[in-house]
Each structure stands twice: as C-alpha cells, then as structure tokens.
Design a binder for this molecule. Structure first.
Ligand code: 5GP
Length: 206
C-alpha cells in the first residue's frame, strides 16, 4: 500500500485572494497537487466551466449530498452553499496523492476536526486598507455591504490562530513561493517522516 497523501488546506478571509494564489500554483508546470473541485449552489459566472471551476448544483442536490454524508465539509457563504465532496479527497489520499483544498474559514475548521493530520495554511492580507480595496474593487457592493464584508474579514483574520502557517498575500508570486516552501518543509516534519523511516530501517526503532 502506498503512503497516504497529504491534505493541504489553503484558507483565509474573504477577499484575500485565495483563488488567485491557488490558480497560480496550479498553472505552474511542475504542479503535482490534485485540486479538489468544490460543489456550490451559486450561479455560474461568465467564463466558468461546470466540473472545472465548481460542480454547480441546485440547493436540493447539495442538501441531498449533505444528508448522504457525501461532504467532507461545507459552509454557507453569501446565501449559497459551498463544500468539498468527500469521495475524491479520500480516493486521492488513499492513492498517495496530495490533495489541495481552497476553502473559506468555517469549512477549514471542519476539516481540521476531521483530518487533524492535514496542513493548514492561512492566507492573510498585508493590511486592512488593501483588503478593503480588493473587496470594493469587485465593483458591485454598496458602502454598507463593503463595511459588513470588512467586519466579517476582521473576524476571520482572528481565526489565524487555528492554523499551522500564515502567508501574507502582498504579491501573488511571493505568496505562491511561500506556500510551496511550507509544503516542501512539511514533508520532512518528523511526524510525517518517521513512520516510513522506521519501515525503511526494518523496524529496529520502537
Ligand atoms: P466564490 O463564490 O468567489 O468562487 O467563492 C466564495 C468563497 O467560497 C471563497 O472564499 C472560496 O474560497 C470559498 N469556497 C470555495 N469552495 C469552497 C468549499 O468547497 N468549501 C468552503 N467551505 N468554501 C469554499
């Protein structure tokens, strides 16, 4: 049986640029991670592809999946469900492949409960002005909504303490490198390395 893969969770406050960093990692030629495509009830945006960006489903279909225990985690975000289908994650990890999730903070905390062996990385904004700029830069929100999103983002930043590593998203290329460095180092963490090493030595270690 091959060694179980590593579950990598990239999370952080809304508007911080998780999606941009994740996409940049997956666009690199040497990428070996397997992206877990999320399921959502939100409407498809222009340019998005069903089964690539998300699995776009109805509310009833999503709730059915929850009922059947098909979700590793899920959360409601701006009136829509978002969640990680369990089957793909389990299959990939069982095959020794590393799975990458890019999810919001409530979902990440559910994964932490279920998979304490995962690697939890928190992407955080360089400062709040920058975050406000990004949130308002989306163009459609009025001032009250922007204020609400900002207050929520500040609450979410407080959740950093539940993660293993923090990466400041000051520049995408630099954030990508930091995330990759963390993952590289994590492989050599003793708790991950030792079980295999013991086998390699022929079980002479206790
Ligand atoms: P968007 O609608 O902009 O694609 O995503 C909204 C938020 O949902 C982002 O913060 C994104 O990271 C998060 N998200 C995407 N997929 C999942 C998922 O499977 N589970 C959870 N909990 N959040 C997700």
């Amino acid at each position: 049986m091959s060694k179980r893969g590593m579950l990598i969770v990239l999370s952080g406050p809304s508007g911080v640029g998780k999606g941009t960093v994740r996409k940049a990692i997956f666009e690199q030629d040497d990428n070996k991670f397997h992206y877990s495509i999320s399921m959502t009830t939100r409407a498809m945006r222009k340019g998005e592809v069903d089964g690539k960006d998300y699995y776009f489903v109805s509310k009833a279909e999503f709730e059915n999946e929850i009922e059947n225990g098909g979700m590793l985690e899920y959360a409601q975000y701006v009136d829509n469900y978002y969640g990680t289908p369990l089957k793909y994650v389990n299959e990939m990890l069982d095959q020794g492949k590393d799975v990458f999730l890019e999810i919001e903070v409530n979902g990440a905390m559910q994964v932490r409960e279920k998979c304490p062996d995962g690697l939890f990385i928190f992407l955080t904004p360089p400062d709040l002005m920058e975050l406000r700029h990004r949130i308002s830069g989306r163009g459609t929100d009025d001032l009250a909504t922007i204020d609400k999103r900002m207050a929520k983002a500040v609450d979410e930043i407080e959740m950093m303490q539940n993660y293993d590593y923090a990466v400041v998203n000051d520049e995408v290329a630099s954030a990508v490198e930091k995330v990759k460095t963390i993952i590289r180092a994590e492989r050599w963490r003793v708790k991950r390395f030792l079980p295999d090493y013991k086998k390699q030595l022929g079980d002479v270690l206790k």
